[in-house]
Design a protein around this ligand. Structure first.
Ligand code: PEP
Length: 251
């Protein structure tokens, strides 16, 4: 039985006071939700405060990015050992905004996944097709290629550290979510690829979140699907009641 997981991706939003209020509010509500994992990904500068506020509470703190080297002349970048040093639990990689605005390739993302695992930080690996790729019938080919390439440096004894997130690009921040059936088809396909790469035992344990315009009113139908193990939530994770509204749909 896979434990469900909901993670809020705060992107480049909020300020220190609102991060503090949101985390304090969330932590005070988490007692109601012991049957699932909950995490948030604040901007880098608020991570130390977030880790401190979430300490010994059941709220995971994720970074939104990292650089795939431990140290060196990479001005402005943050390494997995640095994230580990301040107590970060997880890190989002492969988000479509990074692929689009920063030209990140599957090969570069694979190196991030590797370095995160080497530093005991769980990668949240995002994959997903663009609208034109879906319209051209290329969804499974694109997503399959992303999964295989981004996990190419990970062995079967460690891939359990990874949480996958299927995020169709056309559904992110658009208010247009994939239907539960569309999402489930891709999730089942991804699980099949994990089975090919690592075997059935590993694939049946692999958690695959859905991301893309998840809101309190569509969360239940998505997360109730057998193949959907939770949600990566952008916009709706910025307001406490909306985010809790989504978390509360995980039964
Ligand atoms: C995201 O950016 O990961 C995301 C899912 O955003 P939104 O929920 O706003 O579509």
């Amino acid at each position: 039985m896979r434990r469900k997981i909901i993670v809020g991706n705060w992107k480049m939003n909020l300020d220190g006071k609102s991060v503090e209020n949101l985390i304090t509010g969330l932590v005070s509500r988490l007692g109601e939700f012991k049957h699932l994992d909950v995490g948030v990904a604040p901007p880098f500068v608020y991570l130390p405060m977030a880790v401190c506020l979430a300490k010994e509470k059941s709220l995971a703190i994720a970074a939104q990015n990292c650089y795939p080297e431990s140290r060196g002349a990479f001005t402005g970048e943050i390494s997995p050992p640095m994230l580990a040093d301040i107590g970060v639990d997880m890190c989002i990689v492969g988000h479509s905004e990074r692929r689009r605005y920063f030209n990140e390739s599957n090969e570069f993302i694979a190196r991030k996944v590797r370095t995160l695992i080497d530093n005991n930080i769980k990668p949240i690996l995002c994959v997903g097709e663009k609208l034109e790729e879906r319209d051209a019938g290329e969804t499974l080919e694109v997503v399959g290629d992303q999964v295989r390439k981004c996990l190419s440096e990970v062995g079967s004894d460690e891939v359990g550290e990874v949480v996958l997130a299927y995020e169709p690009v056309w559904a992110i921040g658009t208010g247009r979510n994939a239907t539960p059936e569309q999402a489930e088809e891709v999730h089942r396909f991804i699980r099949g690829i994990i089975g090919d790469m690592y075997g059935e035992d590993v694939s049946s344990e692999m958690r695959i979140m859905y991301g893309g315009s998840v809101k309190p009113d569509n969360a239940y139908d998505l997360i109730a699907k057998d193949e959907i193990d939770g949600a990566l939530v952008g916009g709706a994770s910025l307001a406490l009641e909306q985010f809790v509204g989504i978390i509360s749909k995980v039964l």
